[in-house]
Design a protein around this ligand. Structure first.
Ligand SMILES: Cc1cc2nc3c(=O)[nH]c(=O)nc-3n(C[C@H](O)[C@H](O)[C@H](O)COP(=O)(O)O)c2cc1C
Length: 268
């Protein structure tokens, strides 16, 4: 039986200014309060319970919940993940997860029910990553509601093969990113976003003019500032996405992982 619940709850009555202020307070943080020896400060049990609950309340495609979170608790697993992702804060965060697309569990449900899982690797990536992101976003937002901050870690792409080994991820399970949560120990700047007309389109897609793009770069430049030096967002994007950038290095690793996990729909 599905549990009837009222559609309007007190938690759904914040006004627009409060909602805007809440999302304005979002900061990715990479330094967390920890024990003097560097070991993580645990979250109170009810806070952990609330953020895990939030993750599982995410909407999901086709009722399937095509994701899994692997909670990293053992120091040696955290340490290995630091190396594999090149993100040191995995060691000290109160909580650290690897957020995965997961089409294995739904295949198991079908098998146990005597049905044969179909072949849909592109669909697996599309909806699996979507479900994983929605669950992770719910988790992070819930943590922020409780006063914590966090960091998504796409650095899992740097060590995909080793992460699949370390976490013993079976075929059908693909890491999307790691996600750390904790009490911030840094003074984090409020980071800008691309101006709205380039992001929120009305009825039809609006291709930005060169001037709009240049203006967006100017707005975004502070996000690339380091140690008092003015930022250059286009240069930062180039280091990721231009010819010879790090994404070209990640591409074959992701392709190999998709093949290894049985989620590759291309040729070869
Ligand atoms: C999918 C994803 C992957 C990310 N990967 C990393 C990462 O590997 N390391 C890191 O320090 N920050 C990472 N970030 C954090 C972004 O750098 C950050 O969200 C962005 O600069 C905007 O800053 P803000 O969240 O403070 O507004 C990632 C964020 C997302 C959503």
């Amino acid at each position: 039986m599905l549990r009837p619940m009222p559609a309007t709850l007190p938690t759904r009555t914040q006004n627009a200014a409060e909602v805007t202020a809440f999302y304005d307070a979002h900061r990715t943080t990479r330094s967390y309060q920890a024990d003097p020896d560097g070991s993580p400060l645990p979250l109170p049990a009810d806070h952990l319970e609330a953020i895990l609950h939030a993750a599982q309340r995410a909407p999901t495609d086709a009722t399937a919940q095509l994701y899994s979170l692997v909670r990293l608790t053992r120091p040696e697993v955290r340490a290995r993940m630091v190396t594999l992702t090149t993100n040191a804060h995995i060691a000290t965060a109160s909580e650290a997860f690897v957020v995965c697309a997961d089409v294995r569990r739904v295949a198991r449900v079908l098998e146990v029910a005597g049905q044969t899982p179909g072949h849909w690797p592109a669909i697996a990536v599309h909806f699996g990553i979507g479900d994983a992101v929605m669950a992770g976003t719910n988790l992070l937002t819930a943590a922020e509601m409780l006063g914590y901050q966090g960091c998504w870690i796409g650095g899992v792409m740097n060590g995909l093969d080793g992460i699949i080994d370390l976490l013993q991820l079976p075929p059908g399970v693909l890491p999307f990113a790691a996600l750390t949560i904790g009490t911030s120990a840094e003074d984090t700047p409020h980071r800008p976003r691309v101006p709205r007309p380039l992001v929120i389109h009305t009825d039809t897609y609006h291709n930005g003019t060169d001037e709009e793009i240049r203006n967006a770069v100017a707005v975004m430049n502070p996000i690339a500032a380091r140690q008092g030096q003015p930022g250059d967002w286009a240069r930062l994007l180039g280091a990721y996405f231009a010819v010879g950038g790090s994404m070209e290095g990640r591409e074959p690793r992701l392709e190999a992982a998709l093949k290894r996990q049985g989620m590759w729909s291309g040729e070869g």
